[in-house]
Design a binder for this molecule. Sequence first.
Ligand SMILES: NC(=O)c1ccc[n+]([C@@H]2O[C@H](COP(=O)([O-])OP(=O)(O)OC[C@H]3O[C@@H](n4cnc5c(N)ncnc54)[C@H](OP(=O)(O)O)[C@@H]3O)[C@@H](O)[C@H]2O)c1
Length: 311
Amino acid sequence: MRALHNKHQTLTLSDVAAEPIRRSGEVKVQVHYASLNPTDTDIARGDLDLFLWLYRSRSLVRTGLEFSGTVMEGTARFAKGAKVFGYTHLMKGPKTHQDIISIPEDYIANIPEGMSFAQAAAFPLGAQTSLVALRDVAGLTKEKSVLILGASGGLGVYAIQIAKALQLSVTAVAGPSGQKIMTDLGADQVIDYRQTPLEKIEGTFDAVLDLSARYRFNEIRHLLTTNGVFVPADPMKNLSTIAGNVFRHKKAGFLMVEHGNHSLLTELAGWITDGSLQVGPYTEFDFDDFEAAFASLGEQGRIGRTVLRLR
Ligand SMILES: NC(=O)c1ccc[n+]([C@@H]2O[C@H](COP(=O)([O-])OP(=O)(O)OC[C@H]3O[C@@H](n4cnc5c(N)ncnc54)[C@H](OP(=O)(O)O)[C@@H]3O)[C@@H](O)[C@H]2O)c1
């Protein structure tokens, strides 16, 4: 079985990894596609080594958070042969850059009719995190407004669509090559951050969702309405701001999608089936070309998710 090993901040694809043993409540999956998230680059660089050690993660396979594949050994909910997709816990979960994983069944759902394995691996975290951020963390309801910073990436291509499905007014921000896709996905207004920096954006918003993970509360507070909410994609960089919420009307939200949520994944798969959501664009690489795939993550102007083809 092939696996992408991460040792001393070097990634190596090798055949030595042993097949995982399935524990009670888990589903063993033959992985067909697995995505690359910006967090995988952080892990590959060793930035999260301390946290992985604290979580007692002993596996050398440390990258890969989303996947799609076929059930090899199932449970009552997922029979052998079922086509499934899902994600894994950032610290505790089995990482998906390997041919076979064994994963708790709460982290997976059935791939909806008509969705390919490649699409299914590009979908779960982007769609689920966006819905949780907008509906649950920001608490946005019909006709509220949201400014989405970083709206052309792996999460953004879902955040725009989900915001529109929730009937929000959407202003989307990315670089020049992201302008067309943001418009195509339904943003009411699009902004190129290279031409219009934050200080020059006009108006205020009920929420600002920062998927670029670059901004601090103080840089965006002028863009929030009196009771507006800032939702940073990286809450760890904003913990002191979140802790200070009691002293302010304008709040910062804590966004962390890590625990399995089979019912939410299934709900989102239903949105695909009924046409309220479409799979966003993605770029595909062969597993053997993982180095090129990782390199592409750092390129400006990349649209949507990047996925690795394992079989
Ligand atoms: N909290 C959670 O539960 C959770 C879950 C999943 C992911 N995340 C995090 O969510 C973040 C987004 O993930 P992703 O996969 O969507 O990342 P991504 O694909 O790299 O997208 C990043 C986006 O940011 C844009 N951008 C870069 N610089 C910008 C700037 N100065 N102003 C505005 N936009 C800018 C990029 O546009 P250009 O390419 O045009 O520059 C792109 O649209 C990551 O930090 C990830 O770790 C959090």
